[in-house]
Design a protein around this ligand. Structure first.
Ligand code: 8X3
Length: 250
């Protein structure tokens, strides 16, 4: 029997890339992202059958048309990993940049919806499938200056719960993975390329790696058919909440 198919958004770096590398053992993969060269490079390194799809999740038509362009034997997706997401800025609400707000709501919320909209009907028809939404501790808590990013991840939390209810009749699993501090390009993007500021976020304690989070995604996908992990908060041991991190002074 051929391996099941997982589609991963935001697969060109961080949690998405680490997840692709792990899932390559048991899945055929559709890896999606904006950066075509990175997708091709990753594809060449994965020891499984791979399709690459280059699109921006903000672009509704591109999402619909690109996923529809998959060869017929790749149209049945068993696991959708809604991973694409970003933070832009860490400004006080009254100083926020509206382009940053648009980017976060468009990518983290609307992008997730567009991709799910394409994949869900065939899961409903087959009465099987698994949606894994990569959310954040910011979907469970609000922290100072997190305002719109936290709002976007709270929306993901609401959508995860809503999907679970609406898809309950159809045997589809819906999981939210909620990571705390993970050292990836996340802070570099949030701080618009200010790598010194980004590095400070991960200093004087041991943050999670993208691989740590990928392992939890693999774990939730590999549960028996009757077991659905609903919401999984994963933190560095040094982190107790969004604002409490045991940073060692040196
Ligand atoms: C990433 C974690 O705490 O920077 O979603 O919001 S945090």
């Amino acid at each position: 029997m051929s391996k099941p198919i997982a589609l991963i958004t935001g697969a060109t770096s961080g949690i998405g890339e680490a997840t692709a590398r792990l899932l390559a053992r048991d899945y055929r993969l559709v890896i999606c992202g904006r950066r075509e060269e990175r997708l091709e490079k990753l594809s060449s390194e994965l020891e499984t059958d791979v399709q690459t799809l280059s699109f921006d999740v903000r672009d509704k038509e591109a999402v619909f048309n690109t996923i529809a362009s998959l060869p017929e034997e790749w149209q049945v997706i068993d696991a959708l990993i809604n991973n694409a997401g970003n933070a832009h800025g860490l400004d006080l609400i009254h100083e926020g940049n509206t382009d940053d707000w648009d980017a976060m709501m468009d990518i983290n919320v609307k992008g997730l919806l567009y991709v799910s909209k394409v994949i869900l009907p065939q899961m409903v028809d087959r009465k099987r499938g698994h949606i894994v939404n990569v959310s954040s501790i910011a979907g469970l808590e609000v922290y100072p200056r997190g305002n719109v990013y936290c709002a976007s991840k709270h929306a993901v939390d609401a959508l995860t719960k809503g999907m679970r209810m609406d898809l309950n009749d159809h045997g589809i699993k819906v999981t939210s993975i909620d990571p705390g501090l993970v050292e990836t390009e996340f802070s570099e993007v949030r701080f618009k390329g200010d790598s010194d500021r980004a590095k400070q976020v991960y200093q004087n304690y041991t943050p999670l790696t993208a691989h740590d989070v990928a392992e939890t995604i693999e774990f939730v996908l590999n549960r028996p058919a009757h077991v659905m992990i609903g919401d999984l908060l994963i933190l560095p041991t040094d982190q107790a909440s969004s604002t409490i991190v045991n940073k060692k002074s040196n």
